[in-house]
Design a protein around this ligand. Structure first.
Ligand code: RET
Length: 247
């Protein structure tokens, strides 16, 4: 009959979330600003990429304001006379962000490689399975969370496989400029996306690092996966007419 401990972000975590929010907001306007200097038919990658940072900006606004979370007892196996459980702040708003933005990131990549739409559809659906299993795993209060995690990792494995094999070959066949743009952005994505389940295991899954450290880990990943990725993608498309990609 011990007490429960609540763990949550401090003012330092909140300040860092505000910082990331500011970067995402700025990048949204920069990507849109670059887009409107182009003819309408040439704006698709600007629009997709700006939408990604726009959604992230709002998610980070929520987390910086300490909203969009729910307390979850993460030490469910614990049998301690003093501490009955540890309620960790789980930011479900992250998953709402990812549910919208990871399909957009995949569209950026798969449209660059001019993949046929059935492939795009299936990869996006598998990606959504990955995000939803991660959310459910983060919210359940038993070791079943690792079962959901395993489903999510299998889904990520498929997405990475399509990017590294099928889409890369498709992009290279479209010319060296398309191949280069895809290789740079695809490699960055593959490297970063594999780190997300690691962060999840240390935060929502295993409660190994504090919510402030979680803010830094996911924050740095998101800065590279969205603004840095977006800048490289838009830069990679300079000189590529979307009509060549069937867009
Ligand atoms: C979860 C947990 C379940 C297993 C796996 C995950 C992977 C998440 C990924 C998220 C990517 C997010 C991005 C956000 C935008 O910047 C859901 C953490 C595999 C890959 C790129």
């Amino acid at each position: 009959n011990g007490k429960t401990v609540d763990i949550a972000i401090t003012v330092r975590g909140s300040d860092w979330y505000w910082t990331v929010c500011a970067v995402m907001t700025t990048c949204t306007f920069v990507f849109l600003g670059l887009g409107i200097t182009k003819p309408r038919q040439h704006r698709i990658f600007h629009y997709i990429t700006a939408a990604i940072t726009m959604v992230a900006a709002i998610a980070y606004f929520s987390m910086a304001s300490n909203l969009g979370w729910t307390p979850i007892d993460v030490e469910f196996l614990r049998n301690d006379p003093v501490v009955r459980g540890i309620n960790r702040e789980i930011f479900y708003v992250r998953y709402i962000d990812w549910f919208i933005t990871t399909p957009l990131l995949l569209m950026d990549l798969l449209l660059t490689a001019a993949m046929p739409w059935p492939t795009l559809l299936f990869v996006v659906l598998v990606d959504e399975v990955m995000i939803v299993t991660g959310l459910v795993g983060a919210l359940v209060r038993s070791s079943y969370k690792w079962g959901y995690f395993a489903f999510g990792c299998a889904a990520l494995f498929y997405v990475v496989w399509v990017l590294v094999w099928e889409a890369r070959r498709h992009a290279n066949a479209l010319g060296s400029d398309v191949g280069k743009a895809f290789t740079i952005c695809g490699s960055l994505t593959t490297f970063l996306w594999i780190l997300y389940p690691l962060a999840w295991g240390l935060c929502e899954g295993g409660n190994v690092i504090s919510p402030d450290s979680e803010a830094i880990f996911y924050g740095i990943l998101d800065l590279f996966a969205k603004p840095v990725f977006g800048a490289l993608l838009i830069w990679g498309h300079r000189g590529i007419d979307p009509a060549r990609l069937g867009l």
